[in-house]
Design a binder for this molecule. Structure first.
Ligand SMILES: [Zn+2]
Length: 404
């Protein structure tokens, strides 16, 4: 077992154990066409530590070689209208920031380029590059204004100048975030005025909501506003604004290069400052939240075991959402498929497949009536309205239970 006891963000050795789980599936969004394969998938250990100096939480037993973000990886959430509206509003925010400045953008870890397409729909003058080793699709789009590179972005691409860099939901998958940021920093050596936008889950939201299903193997790095700004400061960036978005679940950080000049267009201070005087106070707050989470965690486990038992006894429950939360929930509370009948997901690419780790069948909501489903457990409160609407439109005889 690899074990890294030194904080990968601030290099402090003052780290302490926070959460341990054995035999967790290494992937949340792997597609499996057979139940046997889904159950037999690769597993790893969660051995999360928290840093007392910066509040960063990370998996000290993470092994990157276990992961494979290849063709069978499908994490598109844009089949949900609510999620699509959310990413559209982010795209509009970036397009707004481009007004009166250069319009060259780079997306680091563009996946299937869904977000870049949303962006490029908004501005005909935008040009840019999508970087992702697992990108599959045409090499260019929008008459060559958008180009794709099947590689990690880094210093060897420094000749590509950029005004904006966006990186969404990547850094939480990286065991050495300072190295990733340093590499992006070097790649921008010819783009001194570039603004950098990062999006990642907020660990304080997870802790406050005792969201036990939000800790899983793919995410080896969990950031608070303070540890995120510390990682950027350690990498030579100047952190501007950090905001909570997606009803508090995600962080949105804007940064510029340290020597980017006064016209870099970024506020010197945001909601959370980087490297300020109250460093230990901010780290201690995360540590307090982590302690309180640990005290509540076993009660949450007991509550959900009981709840699932009751639902399965009186009816036939399903889980809505085969994303990271749904996969982790099913693996924690129904690893042998004894209580949850199936998982509902709006992504047609997932329907007909089987859930990583447990092998629960993944179905479309149109099957719920035929399957006799009575109750649906909603994995993300942000989709409540949308699920209620679908249930009403299709007269599904289901009761909705929210995770809380
Ligand atoms: Zn640290």
């Amino acid at each position: 077992m690899n074990s890294n006891l030194q904080c990968p963000v601030c290099r402090s050795s003052q780290t302490e154990p926070f959460l341990s789980r054995r035999g967790v599936p290494v992937h949340q969004n792997m597609l499996f066409r057979s139940q046997e394969e889904a159950v037999a998938m690769k597993r790893g250990e969660l051995h999360l530590l928290i840093c007392e100096q910066c509040g960063f939480i990370y998996n000290a037993s993470f092994e990157p070689s276990k992961l494979d973000y290849g063709a069978a990886y499908n994490n598109s959430q844009n089949f949900s209208p609510a999620f699509h509206r959310y990413t559209n509003s982010l795209a509009a925010h970036i397009a707004q920031r481009m007004k009166g400045s250069g319009k060259r953008i780079i997306e680091v870890g563009c996946g299937k380029a869904t977000f870049l397409h949303q962006l490029f729909e908004l501005d005909e003058e935008m040009t840019g590059f999508g970087f992702d080793p697992s990108y599959e699709g045409p090499e260019t789009a929008y008459n060559g204004r958008l180009r794709f590179v099947k590689d990690n972005y880094g210093p060897k691409y420094e000749s590509i100048q950029a005004d904006f860099v966006v990186c969404r939901h990547v850094i939480e998958h990286i065991p050495d975030p300072v190295r990733l940021l340093g590499s992006i920093r070097k790649a921008l050596s010819h783009s001194p005025h570039a603004l950098v936008f990062f999006e990642t889950p907020c660990v304080e939201w997870i802790l406050r909501h005792t969201a036990v299903w939000d800790f899983f193997y793919e995410h080896c790095s969990y950031f608070s506003p303070f540890s995120l700004s510390t990682a950027f400061a350690e990498s030579g960036f100047r952190t501007g604004q950090i905001r909570h978005i997606f009803q508090g679940q995600y962080l949105w950080l804007e940064a510029s290069l340290e020597h980017g000049g006064k016209d870099s267009g970024i506020a010197a201070e945001g909601e959370v400052g980087g490297g300020g005087g109250d460093r230990l106070g901010q780290a201690a707050e995360t540590a307090n939240l982590a302690r309180a989470y640990r005290e509540r965690e076993s009660a949450v486990f007991a509550r959900w075991r009981n709840r699932l038992f009751e639902l399965a006894h009186s009816g036939k429950p399903a889980v809505w959402g085969a994303g990271a939360k749904g996969v982790t929930f099913a693996n924690l509370f129904d690893p042998h498929r004894e209580q949850i009948a199936c998982i509902v997901d709006a992504n047609p690419g997932k329907q007909g497949g089987f859930l990583p780790g447990t092998g629960h069948p993944i179905v479309s909501y149109t099957e719920l009536r035929r399957l006799g489903i009575t109750d649906v457990l909603l994995m993300n409160p942000n989709y409540k309205e949308e699920v209620l609407q679908i249930a009403e439109n299709h007269r599904l005889p289901i009761k909705l239970t929210e995770l809380e």
